[in-house]
Design a protein around this ligand. Structure first.
Ligand SMILES: [Zn+2]
Length: 309
């Protein structure tokens, strides 16, 4: 309850939420159930529509009185472009989630990790303090891993293969749209990917590889591929667990709901509330990703939130 109060008070300092939540009378939101029932979800389109009306290029979610340190453009095709603002504490909260994802992927002290993704992806900018100003400790610093980053664009696949050959990362994070180009390059050089890495983690903002795509790439590349879900507008990350094959994330970092729909589908859109984002609060962000919530209890993360997709 305290958490909800803090979040709503914080959100009241942001132009978008002040307007959206003006109808909520004090005392209306008493618990998570009334939070879900009374607080309206926010869509990406609303963030884009509100941006020109706000004072700067940042999202209308920016809280007055806070001092953002790092600003990243979000990977959405909206007009205007959307940004997210983070301070040291936000970065600290976000990196805890990435660290959790890395641990679930099996990364331990001394492991090498390669990241083939954009610099504006949280997979890159939360990896190491040497990459990002104001990030006190990245996932690699916290776990004692050695990270290597390269821009995740398909025509850089030959370089990605060089990194694989010479760095031999235990896990290789890659954008979906680079998987095909990587496979082509591996085949061109007649390499066996399993000689250079143990697993790929495929990620994209608000999108997941389908099971069919995954098994086709696993067959082609000969290593397991796990999926990592990014919902960048909500500063959300969830990692597919190698054991139960569901997405895991930290319960302390998020409240996740599914939005019931009329068509009775097994999977509904995921709605994410972020507990740690102070500069750009995320209150019931309605994502484009569908899934269903599952009870906790996987041995690899007994307290984790679990989502089947
Ligand atoms: Zn699991």
């Amino acid at each position: 309850m305290n958490r909800i109060q803090i979040l709503l008070q914080r959100a009241a300092k942001a132009p978008l939420y002040r307007k959206k939540f003006a109808h909520l009378k004090p005392g209306t939101v008493r618990d998570l159930r009334s939070f879900s029932a009374k607080v309206p979800p926010t869509r990406l389109e609303e963030l884009a529509a509100e941006t020109p009306k706000s004072a700067g290029p940042l999202s209308p979610r920016l809280c007055a009185g806070r001092g953002p340190r790092a600003i990243f453009q979000l990977e959405y095709d909206t007009q205007p472009a959307l940004y997210v603002a983070l301070d040291r504490a936000d970065l600290r909260g976000y990196v805890e989630v990435l660290k959790h994802c890395w641990s679930l992927a099996g990364l331990r002290k001394g492991d090498r990790v390669a990241i083939f993704d954009y610099g504006t992806s949280p997979l890159s900018y939360l990896a190491a303090s040497s990459f990002t100003p104001y990030l006190d400790r990245g996932a690699a610093d916290l776990l004692g891993c050695l990270p290597v980053c390269n821009d995740g664009v398909a025509n850089m696949s030959p370089r990605a293969v060089e990194i694989l050959r010479y760095v031999r990362p235990r896990v290789f994070f890659i954008r979906h749209d680079c998987l095909h180009a990587l496979a082509v390059e591996i085949e061109r050089q007649a390499l066996r990917l399993a000689d250079y890495t143990q697993a790929l983690v495929a990620a994209e903002n608000e999108s997941l590889l389908s099971d069919a795509e995954r098994s086709s790439f696993e067959k082609r590349l000969g290593v397991p591929i796990y999926r990592l879900l990014r919902i960048d507008a909500a500063m959300f990350l969830a990692m597919e667990c190698p054991r139960c094959r569901m997405l895991h994330t930290r319960r302390d970092s998020y409240f996740v709901e599914t939005l019931p729909e009329e068509d009775d589908a097994a999977e509904s859109p995921l709605v994410v509330t972020n507990w740690f984002a102070g500069n750009s609060p995320t209150v019931r962000y309605l994502s484009q990703v569908r899934g269903s919530l599952k009870p906790s209890g996987c041995p690899r993360g007994p307290k984790d939130l679990r989502i089947a997709v």
